[in-house]
Design a protein around this ligand. Structure first.
Ligand SMILES: *Cc1c(COP(=O)(O)O)cnc(C)c1O
Length: 489
């Protein structure tokens, strides 16, 4: 039964139902869907529950269509039972491991839920169209989306990744993906090119008409889709409750989360949790050398006009962070016209500025920092030396920033990938020579040093047959989608 949860676009216009927001992924005017209000969720009612039960409660605060059983089903194939364990390393230092899903990156946390939400939303709307899920990926979303949507009825999924901007393991994992409804395409260009081309596809009238004639509708599995963002809110609540349940913190005590950030989806989910009543002190936005976001938090000016660096944390090599739009919408006091104006400015000039008042509001909640490549390596080595605990380069960016801040209150470093996904960079940080080594050999080397188990599916990709190896120019993504998907009938 609908309880009347409604969504609005950050750029104005009519309200949409929760199911419509999930199905469409992005609002017709190019804005992002946000709930008309944040429902308060009393974290104390989540104590003692398991992860899926907590996730279910969070989902119900955002979606009023039938989601019975979705959270339970979504997390059944995660390793070791607990999808999001917080590991204690020191008195006030915890690492939240979000990489126990099928593809060993935090994207699984949401992409195991989104396909189920989408099917439920279509059912609620009586929508019989085929859904074509478009994904722009800097590496990890692509694989997680392919796995999540694999053979899901009524859907097909097409992933665009920067052909030279992902690791070899990431690329192979996508190229060898099984399933009858999946496709992965390399884009000549960087992630920002792929992301903006995919965003344009959603608002392209001609493409929409052609697809409609073929009975196909577009949706998004990127974190612009509210159905992707909301499942991420759950682990902020769950971690907090775990720390209270285990006696590490007192109920009501405010804690910090340090989040390795690229598209601003993960950390924004933390902000949503805070708005729903979770006792959070600071959300710390950790950037790599592409530090456009930490500059924004520092100075209130978003400026993407800068050199783009390829780093050892490729999932954070992003200059235009799509989810920031949802934050500036909130900071502006939910001023849709102003948000639309700033997004137009961003598109035209690559830059916009928020007011001093808005900046102050942001600083009440957000802190920031960044780590260059050397600091990232040092953080991997330090963490291993000090705690015998291995982290990947993305997590290392966050740890580097956290360490510099110090641990004056309980701090959760959010860990977003299994270190084996980035074995060459991790080995290098540990002082090992890897030149000339095959990837499999590197995984074994890392295993020898750390005695941490190698996830089987990561070894598996080297032996699998490549099914997809097309590349397109970023300017031809629209053309590609038209050719490939409007002929389906
Ligand atoms: C996607 C990703 C990030 C960045 O998360 P955002 O939600 O885009 O900010 C960080 N680390 C890893 C390993 C990722 O896959």
């Amino acid at each position: 039964m609908s309880t009347g949860i409604k969504y609005i676009s950050t750029r104005g216009g009519a309200e949409a139902s929760a199911s419509r927001a999930v199905i469409d992924g992005i609002a017709p005017n190019g804005g992002l869907y946000v709930p008309t209000e944040f429902v308060k969720l009393d974290y104390k009612t989540l104590f003692g529950l398991d992860y899926a039960a907590r996730c279910d409660r969070v989902l119900r605060a955002f979606f009023d269509f039938d989601i019975e059983g979705i959270a339970d089903d979504a997390y059944t194939d995660f390793e070791d039972g607990d999808p999001a364990p917080a590991v204690k390393l020191d008195d006030k230092l915890f690492v939240l491991e979000l990489w126990h899903g099928k593809t060993h990156a935090f994207k699984d946390m949401a992409l195991s839920v989104l396909p189920r939400l989408l099917c439920a939303a279509k059912k609620a709307e009586g929508d019989g169209d085929k859904t074509l899920v478009l994904v722009a990926t800097s590496g990890d979303t692509g694989k997680a989306a392919l796995e999540g949507f694999k053979d899901v009825e009524g859907t097909s999924v097409c992933v665009f990744y920067p052909t030279d901007g992902v690791s070899r393991v990431q690329k192979l994992a996508m190229q060898t993906q099984a399933g009858d409804n999946v496709n992965a395409v390399g884009v000549v260009g960087n992630f920002d090119d792929a992301q903006s081309a995919v965003k344009i596809a959603f608002s392209d009238g001609a493409l929409g008409e052609k697809l409609k004639a073929a009975g196909v509708r577009l949706s998004s599995a990127n974190s612009i889709n509210i159905g992707r963002l909301v499942p991420q809110v759950a682990y902020y609540f769950s971690t907090y409750c775990d720390l209270v349940d285990s006696g590490e913190i007192k109920a009501g005590e405010k804690i910090d989360f340090v989040v390795p950030t690229g598209n601003f989806g993960n950390i924004l989910a933390g902000y949503y949790a805070l708005r729903m009543g979770l006792p959070v002190n600071k959300l710390v936005c950790a950037s790599n050398k592409n530090n456009v976001l930490s500059d924004f938090v520092t100075g209130g000016i978003y400026d993407a006009n800068r050199e783009f660096f390829k780093t050892s944390s490729p999932s954070m090599d992003i200059l235009v962070s799509s989810n920031l739009e949802r934050l500036i919408f909130e900071l502006s006091g939910r001023n849709a016209a102003l948000t639309a104006e700033r997004m137009a400015e961003l598109k035209a000039t690559g830059r916009y500025e928020i007011t001093a008042g808005e900046h102050e509001k942001m600083r009440e909640v957000f802190a920031c920092g960044y780590a260059d490549e050397g600091e990232t390596e040092t953080a991997i080595a330090d963490m291993f030396d000090e705690y015998g605990y291995l982290i990947d380069p993305h997590t290392a960016v966050a740890y580097s920033v956290a360490k510099r801040r110090g641990f004056s209150r309980p701090t959760v470093v959010v860990s977003t990938a299994n270190p084996y996904k980035f074995a060459p960079a991790v080995l290098k940080a540990l002082g090992e020579k890897t030149a000339g080594d095959a990837n499999e050999k590197m995984l074994e080397k890392l295993c020898d040093i750390t005695a941490m188990d190698i996830p089987e599916s990561l070894i598996g990709v080297f032996g699998e047959k490549i099914r997809f190896n097309e590349t397109v120019d970023s300017k031809d993504i629209l053309g590609y989608i038209t050719r490939r998907y409007s002929m389906d009938r």
